[in-house]
Design a protein around this ligand. Structure first.
Ligand code: NAD
Length: 492
């Protein structure tokens, strides 16, 4: 990396190990680019295995005491962190907005979602229920208890960075694990801020450690480390498959929250205005960088022309930018920007017709990785654009004759994360809900995920069957132990 004066003076984002800032052992730094203006925002640690080693060592040590603290007490400590997040809401949102290129308002909403996660899981300190079981024997009493795994590896993406982090650290901590959090290369600072706030909240040193750097270097060290019994990963299906194979081979536990190619179905009896609004939000909010983004819009033929005309009009009205009057920010980095444009270009080469938005060529004159909301029709089911997750503001539209065909098109995917159906007919809505291959089905709203107390996760290539958050996340972050007592009922 350049070593000019301008970089020497730049803000540096180190690792966080054992309650302290830790410089990368390589002495090297990577550039974090602000996607809205393409300027260097900060420098972050180019860490390596040595740094991971150090974090694991302290996380192991801290586990001995953290795991012995009662869940009630751990919950009280997590409530401290929730309070501190609330006090720092505004500075956290500013950091998220700067690192991701979303508006301050959107970032503030995301901080609120992280706080809600914290509140839910801190409250689990007074529940953390397990089962009391009966037995075939009259004098045998059985119960299950939850035990933490140990130091766990949490690997996150940058699309909603503070929510992604909260989604994992709160359930991991309430269950008694210690953490090595691998921050995303695209949102290093927010991870450091949370770690610093955790110290203010009296989370003991070594319980929450953060490692910055490249996924293929430090992420790879983490997943191979046999001292890490659980890896919880949110990210792309390609990396998720790799992690499953590496961690599975050493009999580690893995939770995978992966990609989506989510269908949005509009029936002939839908409230068209409401469906258009939900559809545009589902496809384009956060610049389409949501695992739950609507990317295949499936419309009954009798309303197709009317719906598509209104959706184009709505999509063309979105203002690109990061100020409070804007609707859609840039995509996260240059690599992703180029990849999305390439997908659009490939779609046109495969016969797709762009209805609105971006052609494959760069059209923006201003700085920033902005892509206009793009709708494409006339797409073949065999095409790349129909099958691959694009992770940008791009969706395809499909005309179908009836509900059976809508269902067939919707289920024609390796993914199965979220789906939305718009209809006024409750029977039809529930028919879709029963038959869609999807972890979440929303009737008459968007392809959105869950709330903190609801399980979220996908069928097929969208995950490996685990569900986070909700109380189901407790099953990810703890091992169940069955204990029985054989009692001599007459010996008293
Ligand atoms: P990504 O898979 O490229 O990276 C995710 C994280 O994995 C990053 O921190 C990265 O550094 C790390 N990583 C990369 N290579 C690694 C390796 N070999 N070993 C260990 N870690 C490694 O994903 P991304 O582009 O950052 O995020 C977008 C993806 O995340 C999309 O596919 C999206 O659908 C998915 N996502 C899923 C959910 C969900 O809940 N299902 C939520 C948000 C995002």
């Amino acid at each position: 990396m350049e070593d000019g004066l301008q970089y020497k003076l730049m803000k540096k984002i180190p690792n966080w190990i054992n309650g302290l800032e830790a410089m990368p052992s390589s002495g090297l730094w990577l550039k974090k680019i602000n996607p809205a203006n393409e300027r260097v925002d900060s420098l972050f640690s180019d860490s390596n295995q040595k740094d991971v080693e150090s974090a694991v060592k302290f996380a192991q040590k801290a586990f001995i005491t953290w795991s012995k603290i009662s869940p009630v007490k751990r919950g009280q400590i997590l409530f401290n962190l929730v309070d501190i997040l609330k006090i720092n809401r505004s500075s956290l949102a500013k950091c998220v907005a700067r690192e991701t290129g979303k508006s301050y308002q959107d970032a503030l909403g995301e901080v609120g979602a992280a706080i809600a996660q914290g509140e839910f899981f801190a409250g689990e300190g007074r529940r953390l229920y397990s089962n009391s079981l009966n037995s075939a024997l009259d004098n045998k009493f059985c119960q299950t208890i939850r035990e933490p795994h140990g130091p766990v590896g949490l690997i996150v993406p940058a699309n909603t960075p503070i929510a992604n982090i909260a989604w994992k650290i709160f359930p991991a901590l309430i269950c008694g694990n210690t953490i090595i959090l691998k921050a995303s290369e695209d949102s290093p600072e927010i991870a450091l801020l949370i770690a610093k706030l955790s110290k203010e909240a009296d989370i003991p040193d070594g319980v929450l450690n953060v490692i910055q750097g490249h996924g293929h270097i430090v992420g790879e060290s983490l997943i191979k480390d046999i001292r890490i019994p659980l890896i919880s990963f949110t990210g792309s299906t390609a990396i998720g498959k790799h992690i499953a194979s590496v961690v599975g081979l050493r009999m580690g536990r893995v939770s995978l929250e992966l990609g989506g190619k989510n269908p949005f179905i509009v029936c002939d009896d839908a409230d068209i205005e409401a469906a258009v609004n939900w559809c545009a939000l589902s496809a384009f909010s956060n610049a389409g960088q949501r695992c739950a983004a609507a990317s295949r819009i499936i419309i009954f033929e009798s309303i197709y022309d009317d719906f598509v005309k209104k959706l184009i009009k709505k999509s063309e009205k979105f203002i690109l930018g990061v100020d409070k009057n804007s609707d859609i920010g840039p995509v996260i980095n240059k690599k992703q920007y180029i990849s999305i444009l390439k997908h659009i270009e490939n779609a046109t080469q495969e016969g797709g017709n762009i209805l609105c938005g971006q052609s494959g060529n760069r059209l923006n004159s201003k700085k920033g990785y902005y892509i206009r909301p793009t709708l494409i029709e006339n797409v073949k089911f065999s095409s790349e654009i129909f099958n691959k997750e694009i992770f940008g503001p791009v969706a395809t539209v499909h005309k179908v004759r009836n509900k059976e065909e809508a269902l067939r098109v919707a289920n024609k995917s390796e993914f199965g994360l979220t789906a939305a159906v718009h209809t006024k007919n409750i029977n039809r809505g529930l028919w879709f809900a029963k038959n869609l291959i999807s972890g979440t089905v929303n009737i008459n709203s968007g392809t959105y995920g869950s709330e903190p107390h609801m399980p979220f996760g996908g069928f097929g290539s969208s995950g490996n069957g685990t569900r986070e958050p909700g109380t189901e996340a407790l099953n990810v972050y703890s091992e169940l132990k069955n204990i029985s007592f054989l009692i001599n009922l007459d010996a008293n």
